[in-house]
Write a protein that binds this ligand. Sequence first.
Ligand SMILES: Nc1ncnc2c1ncn2[C@@H]1O[C@H](COP(=O)(O)OP(=O)(O)OP(=O)(O)O)[C@@H](O)[C@H]1O
Ligand SMILES: [Mg+2]
Length: 425
Amino acid sequence: MESINSVKNRFLAEKKEAEYRLTVKDYQGAMPHLEKAAELLGEVYRRDINVQRREQYKRIREELRDKYDECKQELGMAPSSSSKPRQSTQRPAGPRPAAGGASQAKGGAPAKGGDQKGKGKQAEEDDGINYVVNGIDLKQFLASESREKDVMFDDVIGMEREKRTVKGELFLSEEEKAYKAQIGLKNKNFILLYGLPGTGKTYFAMALSNELREFSGEDIPFFSVVCTHLKSSHVGQTENNIIALFEFTKQFDRCVLFMDEFDAIGQSRQKNSGDPTAVTVVNTLLTQLGGFDSNPNLLFIAATNCPYNLDGALLSRASPKIEVPLPGAEVLYGTLKRKLGDLVAPDVDLSAVANRLAKSKFSNRDASNLIDEIKRKLFEAHRADDMIDKVDTSMITTALKEVKSSVKRDEEIALEEFKAQFAEN
Ligand SMILES: Nc1ncnc2c1ncn2[C@@H]1O[C@H](COP(=O)(O)OP(=O)(O)OP(=O)(O)O)[C@@H](O)[C@H]1O
Ligand SMILES: [Mg+2]
């Protein structure tokens, strides 16, 4: 690790450079040096336990802030709320699709059916989509996340092979599509994502849908349904809900229907757990999925934590069946690096943390929860002493005492057995 004196020297050099630029009125040039000086000063502060010197660092930090504000004022920029020179932790700007889900469809009118009245700004509520089918308002089944997320494959850390698999199947040029049709090869339009809770099935499905939209240049809406919500205690209602949902998708030229917790409606007819409707519900699903030919532009993605409970006929239709695995150390390192970024002090060994998380079988959601907890620790420390603005090892250790892996051993074993029998990837 770099010695504290070396960090101090670098701080002094940055400060000197900033001061020189200020004397020649190069305010634009001074700002990055002020930012860097503030960052290095923060590191010195964190590592130096001498109380008097720490007070001195605080005073210097105030001077740096004043100078930074002066630059902003000279350049006609609005002062930031904290007026604090700090490094940006924002993701770099890049092309992004519009907000996900139903709102994706707002510019692109449905192909058939759908009431056209509400194009434009009221899109969330009145987006030109006909949600009422066979007297059932399908909005009640659509998950809110279908309207929020704008994740792309770049945001999905790891899973490179799986990304390639689905791209190879779904991202086809016009020539490739035509050739497939010519030789009578059907498109794959029923993908199954399975894996332990929190591994990223929903995240992957959303990213896939957004990528598909970007690839095709078409406005492909993404609808996410939590299957438990489709279930009803009234005889025949679950089946009616399923039929209405598939009917609903026919109003779009192309759309993605994502069914989360698919096992809730797709459980095996042989080993159904006393649910009298299980057989008719699965039969309805099979019929609707068989109707793909009349709706070839529907991409159906099902996700489940327990694929071993799914009906065999449904399983055999799904292809590819993609396992969304627990993240390895490399993926977890990428997540920590991306989400904590330069909030972390340089002497923190993130790869050691990632190894520990992988060993403890942290899912991606567990890792996200841990990162939130670490940030909370930083916030508390900063509130007590506003010179602290980096995550140190003790914050991580304390957070790790509070956030544990959610993976259950029996679920892991059951998945292993399923994989041995069905795995394609
Ligand atoms: N590959 C990934 N890269 C980065 N972050 C991820 C990845 N996968 C998941 N995450 C993060 O973990 C969170 C949980 O993922 P997600 O909700 O997709 O899991 P899931 O497998 O659908 O869980 P469940 O089985 O409970 O439905 C996401 O919101 C996202 O923040
Ligand atoms: Mg999910």
